[in-house]
Design a protein around this ligand. Structure first.
Ligand code: FAD
Ligand code: EPU
Length: 355
């Protein structure tokens, strides 16, 4: 019988972060049965120790060791919990692999998550930064997030509004020490209930590159599965595989700047990609373009570098430390600020140092 939880002392986290940098935690608590979480937190007597939730480690940079206890949730169930005909509610445990959930939902004949295929990491981490790709954010589909609230020491259920989702943002990201997400509920549509663009089941094809990829695949009328396949192909081409070279995806968020500042930058640099911001008064700029324009693409300082495939991705060529990667990131941000007057913010959570 599998133990409900397991507590390890002085745990090595180097294989538990996709940057593959050396890091340790004084304690690692692996919880196999979510119902045992309060008991595990109690028995391990760690309720007041700093706690680091750890999923797949694909959005973490260890610039130092974890203090306290790293907690990994292992339950990985996924099920349809409500069926309203064209709309279905799916519930998935935090420990489920995100991409496996996307592919499972397509196997069930459900659509909505196809643009989010191949994003590494766990389901429990998906709401943290409201994962997004190819024109879709997970928050659009989230009905509720189930979590252990460390502030009140009980399980809570937050609806979508309470999650306060934004671009790479949520209430969970703003209060990282408060929540242990145990499961999420997603509303999805029956796939191919109609490819008419007016229905929720219509594939979202607006993001640059998807239409071209589908055309190259010979697809005329795209199903949700075709879109997932197109996204997977684009991602494999554009982004380095963390199993081959350590990385955490985009290292910086795309900066959101006042519309007037965006306009003066666009006047000087008409090729700079710019998108709607979070209101009419702002615009979102391409951090990759800004970094590329400063000459960083493919740069290398020891084993810390910038991917030659994508300027927004920092890579560990072998034995870079988290501190070396962080120092490189600071130099990159410094040069973008100096040349364009735009401040870049890191996307991954940094452990052991402040940005
Ligand atoms: P971790 O890195 O383990 O943790 C991330 C944060 O979530 C930490 O603050 C952690 O403490 C917290 N956390 C984890 N689990 C829980 C939990 N159960 N409860 C509370 N807090 C928790 N992101 C995108 O949005 N879009 C992309 O297209 C994308 N592409 C990527 C491509 C590559 C190659 C890589 C390496 C990363 C990419 N990412 C992308 C970033 C990353 O995949 C996501 O942020 C993912 O959700 C992180 O999941 P994780 O389980 O690895 O989280
Ligand atoms: N570009 C360059 N140089 C490069 C790469 C890109 O100039 O080396 C320019 C190109 O003009 C390109 C534009 O940047 O058209 C945008 O590039 P891309 O489509 O790859 O998107 P991104 O803005 O760099 C964002 C997300 C990704 C997500 C993709 C697809 C952020 C911080 N990143 O990247 O998410 O997969 O869009 O939707 O929002 C992640 O968060 O880890 C991540 C990978």
């Amino acid at each position: 019988m599998t133990a409900l939880f397991r507590l390890l002392h002085d745990a090595d986290l180097s294989a538990r972060n996709t940057f593959q940098v050396a890091a340790r935690a004084p304690w690692l608590l692996e919880v196999n049965d979510t119902d045992a979480l309060p008991e595990a937190l109690d028995l391990a007597q760690i309720r007041d120790l700093p706690l680091l939730m750890l999923g797949g480690g694909s959005n973490l940079l260890f610039a130092g060791d974890a203090t306290g206890v790293a907690v990994a949730l292992r339950a990985a169930g996924m099920a349809i919990v409500a069926d309203h005909g064209e709309r279905v509610v799916v519930r998935a445990d935090a420990g489920a692999d995100w991409h496996a959930l996307v592919m499972w939902s397509l196997d069930q004949g459900l659509c909505g998550l196809e643009n989010l295929a191949l994003i590494p990491g766990s389901t429990g981490a998906a709401p943290i930064q409201n994962i997004g790709a190819y024109g879709v954010e997970v928050g659009e589909h989230i009905v509720a997030v189930e979590a252990w609230d460390r502030q009140v020491q009980r399980m809570v259920r937050l609806d979508r509004a309470a999650c306060a989702f934004g671009y790479r943002d949520s209430t969970f990201k703003r209060q990282p020490d408060r929540w242990i997400i145990t499961a999420i509920e997603l509303e999805l549509a029956r796939a191919d209930a109609g490819t008419d663009a007016s229905t929720d089941a219509a594939p979202r094809l607006g993001y640059a590159g998807i239409g071209e990829e589908l055309a190259a695949m010979g697809v005329v009328r795209a199903s949700a599965r075709d879109v997932a396949e197109a996204v997977i192909r684009i991602r494999r081409r554009k982004l380095p595989d963390p199993a081959v070279v350590g990385n955490a995806g985009s290292f910086f968020k795309n900066p959101i700047v006042p519309a007037a500042q965006a306009q003066s930058l666009l006047d000087a640099h008409p090729r700079l990609p710019a998108f709607p911001g979070d209101s009419d008064a702002t615009r979102k700029l391409s951090a990759a373009w800004l970094i590329d324009a400063c000459g960083w693409k493919g740069a290398r300082e020891g084993d810390a570098g910038v991917s030659a495939a994508h300027a927004l991705v920092l890579v560990n060529h072998g034995n870079a430390t988290g501190v070396q990667l962080l120092e490189l990131a600071r130099r990159i941000a410094g040069s973008v600020d100096k040349r364009f007057g735009v401040a870049l913010e890191p996307e991954p959570r940094i452990i052991g140092a402040h940005w």
